[in-house]
Design a protein around this ligand. Structure first.
Ligand code: ATP
Length: 421
């Protein structure tokens, strides 16, 4: 089913709030096989909200509107959309009782104006709000006045706060959508996550081989992020799973060790899983990543079984005292050098007794670069049971992206070593 999403909120237009509803709802709707064909955000004015809904219902039969159902003067969604369809608002006794109970249970007086949230447009379904006061509303519009081939349309209104919207969507909207659009919807989406290869390069390697599958209905998409490219394989209708499986086999074959995971899998999850499988332990000596690798590894449940701990050795002095890098090595090669990265990894491994240790040193910038070692230069070393290896990288980016990419590259070198590549 085609769906349009309208996010209401002047705070969105002012850039004060990140529109997380857009991502959260689109993800759930597309996973359920629906096609979100358009999403817009509009300010909290009655005219904008009405115009957005009028336009959306001119294109599709199901429209979801979020925000503006609260009790304050800038919450206009309910009132203005009831007006648009000529529906009168009436006070719903059950909803008013729930709102009264909500305040009573919290031993708080019910603020004046709150009861406006119990107003329901004539004929609307009330979607219970388990975590707040404003209920959601769903109106069946029959016939749809904004399309000439007038079918039945649905307008679904949800409250703005994510902790209210999300359970309401799962508990009430999903069952309603299944009722509106019965029958099995086949939708398969697999994201192949690659690392260490650019977007164009990845496309060059796979696009021609995937073309016959695209002609059979495969939808192919690329999403580039620091250090990684996600290749999205989507298929709908009968045979979708087989089509995606065939595409996955081609992508795996053509991108080889660049593929590190599927769907939402992060590289640190893969690394922790591989260490668990092999019974290996890890330590870190991080300089320019400032502990980001440790942070990411410890985000993974079960990391304590493999991660012994790490050092953030930012200054030369701490590189010496914490992981035993020699003053001579620092003086001779500089803190950002392959010998120092190796010494950091080997020192951390020796001191903790871990099986693997990463040493990471680089110049994040914006200052500190030299002609031989410009801003963005990075050395990564991996000390392991078979000895120490090191790599030079060049990541001339802003500081935060530099850290993210460098951490990603370090984790990837460990992943490749653990996979025996
Ligand atoms: P309330 O009863 O809180 O007034 P409401 O239905 O009127 O609820 P809004 O006033 O539009 O909703 O938004 C309430 C809060 O919900 C906002 O301050 C914001 O923090 C959050 N919110 C609203 N829309 C979004 C969105 N699209 N993405 C993320 N958060 C949002």
């Amino acid at each position: 089913m085609q769906i349009e999403l309208i996010n209401v909120g002047t705070e969105l237009m002012l850039g004060r709030v990140l529109n997380t509803h857009q991502q959260w709802l689109c993800r759930r709707l597309s996973d359920a096989g629906h096609l979100v064909t358009r999403q817009v955000a509009v300010a909290d004015t009655g005219a904008e909200i009405q115009q957005a809904v009028r336009e959306a219902l001119g294109r599709v039969e199901t429209v979801i509107v979020t925000g503006g159902l609260g009790p304050t003067s800038d919450d206009l969604t309910r009132q203005r959309l009831a007006e648009l369809f000529g529906r009168t608002l009436h006070e719903d006794a059950a909803t008013l009782a729930r709102i009264t109970e909500f305040f009573a249970a919290r031993k708080r007086p019910m603020p004046a104006g709150t009861q406006v949230q119990a107003l329901v447009p004539e004929g609307a379904l009330v979607l219970a709000n388990a975590f707040g006061t404003a209920p959601g509303l769903a109106i069946e519009i029959k016939p749809n006045p904004f399309q000439s081939a007038a079918g039945t349309a649905w307008l679904i209104m949800l409250p703005g706060p994510p902790r209210e919207l999300r359970p309401m969507f799962t508990d009430s909207v999903m069952p309603l959508l299944r009722r509106i659009s019965p029958g099995e919807i086949v939708f398969v989406c697999r994201t192949m996550r690659s690392i260490g290869i650019g977007e164009s390069q990845a496309e060059l390697r796979i696009a021609r081989q995937l073309q016959p599958l695209v002609e059979r209905g495969l939808e192919l998409g690329y999403c580039a992020r620091p250090g990684q490219v996600d290749v999205r394989l989507v298929a709908r209708a009968a045979g979708a799973e087989i089509l995606v499986q065939e595409a996955e086999a081609i992508v795996r074959e053509r991108l080889g060790s660049h593929i590190y995971g599927v769907d939402d899998e992060e590289i640190e999850e893969v690394v922790v899983r591989l260490l668990l499988q092999r019974g290996g332990t890890l330590t870190l000596a991080e300089s320019c990543t400032g502990g980001q690798v440790a942070d990411r590894v410890t985000n993974v449940p079960g990391a304590s079984a493999v991660f012994l701990g790490g050092f953030v050795t930012y200054s030369n002095a701490v590189k010496q005292t914490a992981v035993g890098v020699s003053a001579e090595s620092l003086a001779q090669h500089g803190a950002v050098s392959e010998p120092v990265a190796r010494a950091m990894a080997e020192g951390a491994r020796r001191l903790t007794g871990a099986d693997y240790a990463l040493g990471i040193t680089g110049i994040a910038g914006p200052s500190g670069g030299t002609p031989e070692k410009p801003v963005g230069t990075v050395f990564i070393a991996l000390a392991g049971p078979e000895g120490t290896e090191a790599w030079k990288m060049f990541n001339p980016l802003d500081r935060l992206t530099f850290k993210e990419l460098t951490a990603q590259q370090a984790l990837n070198q460990l992943r490749l070593a653990l996979e025996g590549r």
